[in-house]
Design a protein around this ligand. Structure first.
Ligand code: ADP
Ligand code: MG
Length: 329
């Protein structure tokens, strides 16, 4: 989320819970929080709050991101994280990359002679067999040892400072990364480690109830908070009450939709900005700027389409899909 964020609305209870879990972690009681909720409900926004406002600079952050395109690539989130964390560059030679891997491991009490071949293999990096023995393991055993090595490394990091370990979008996780998380859930409670996992409701947590695991299910924003969010997106400038009511009704408390629809309304060319407010200058069309139906299923396409457009000069040449064109203009 590189663009500027809408200031946080609501979520006081969730933020308080996360603060409490971080305090526990700092006292040496590791914890796992599973943040679940539908697309656009604000899972990543809360992760951002933890990073910006809760953990502070003294903690290390490690972030894995699952991807819908790599659900069948074993350990894809681990590999992409390591490539970023090791600061591998495109013009690095294999020796450069190996050196960076060795330097990253060296500060910790880890058996390099085992770890380097395992991680180099994971990262498809050749390693010199005169310095490291080749791996003579079954694929299953090699995976097991890689996962154990990764966990040992993660726990070694927590000896030096508290760690925030985020894994985003578990509904797209591959089975091997899930196995890694299961190892962590089983072994992590004594480390200074806050594991923050996000997922949509379709992800079934395989870990059951545990004292060191807190599930947080994010609900839609109630109407007054949705109204507040509209005001935050407009930067505090008032919209006509009936426009606010339409936005709130169409978006049904999903923050992403509130943001996108409010921006669409502001960019529609049908409002004039004055010093303290926006005034409507022309009637809205049947399907524009409000889309005909707002459901989780129909919105992603609408939002992607909206985000690909720029409408400062909205007018006759504008290329909206025909069902959104307004015959009155
Ligand atoms: N409580 C909130 N207050 C303000 N903005 C929010 C809130 N929740 C979500 N948002 C915004 O809504 C958008 C979607 O939220 P995001 O965290 O990306 O959803 P998710 O990760 O659940 O799909 C983001 O732009 C985010 O900043
Ligand atoms: Mg997200």
């Amino acid at each position: 989320m590189a663009r500027s964020l809408t200031p946080l609305v609501g979520r006081e209870h969730e933020v308080a819970l996360l603060r409490d879990r971080w305090a526990q972690v700092q006292a040496g009681r590791g914890h796992i929080v599973v943040l679940s909720g539908e697309a656009g409900i604000g899972k990543s926004r809360l992760v951002q709050v933890v990073k910006d406002e809760i953990i502070g600079a003294a903690a290390l952050r490690i972030e894995y991101r699952c991807s819908p395109y790599h659900q069948h690539s074993p350990l894809y989130p681990v590999i992409t994280h390591l490539e970023r964390a090791l600061a591998w560059r495109q013009d690095d030679t294999s020796e450069d990359k190996l050196r960076k891997l060795e330097e990253a491991l060296r500060p910790y009490p880890l058996p390099l002679v085992e770890m380097v071949p395992l991680l180099a293999t994971l990262l498809s990096l050749p390693f010199p067999e005169d310095r490291y023995p080749p791996l003579i393991l079954t694929p299953q055993r090699q995976k097991q040892k890689t996962l154990e090595g990764l966990l040992t490394w993660l726990l070694a990091l927590t000896e030096q400072q508290p760690v925030l370990f985020v894994v985003e979008d578990l509904h797209w996780i591959d089975p091997s990364t899930l196995e890694f998380l299961t190892l962590l859930v089983e072994q992590g409670p004594t480390a200074r480690l806050l594991t923050l996992l996000t997922c949509r409701p379709e992800f079934q947590s395989p870990w059951g109830l545990r004292t060191h695991l807190t599930p947080i299910a994010l609900q839609r924003l109630p109407q007054p908070q949705a109204e507040t969010m509209v005001a935050r997106v407009t930067g505090g400038k008032a919209l006509p009450p009936e426009v606010i009511a339409q936005i709130v009704a169409k978006t049904d408390g999903v923050p992403l939709f509130v943001e996108e629809l409010t921006k669409t309304v502001l960019e529609s060319g049908l409002l004039r900005e004055t010093e303290g407010s926006y005034e409507q200058t022309a009637p809205f069309c049947p399907h524009w700027p409000f889309p005909p139906r707002c459901t989780t299923r129909s919105w992603p396409g609408w939002i992607a389409w909206r985000q690909s457009k720029r409408w400062p000069n909205w007018g006759p040449s504008w290329d909206a899909p025909s069902h959104m064109r307004c015959s009155r203009l």
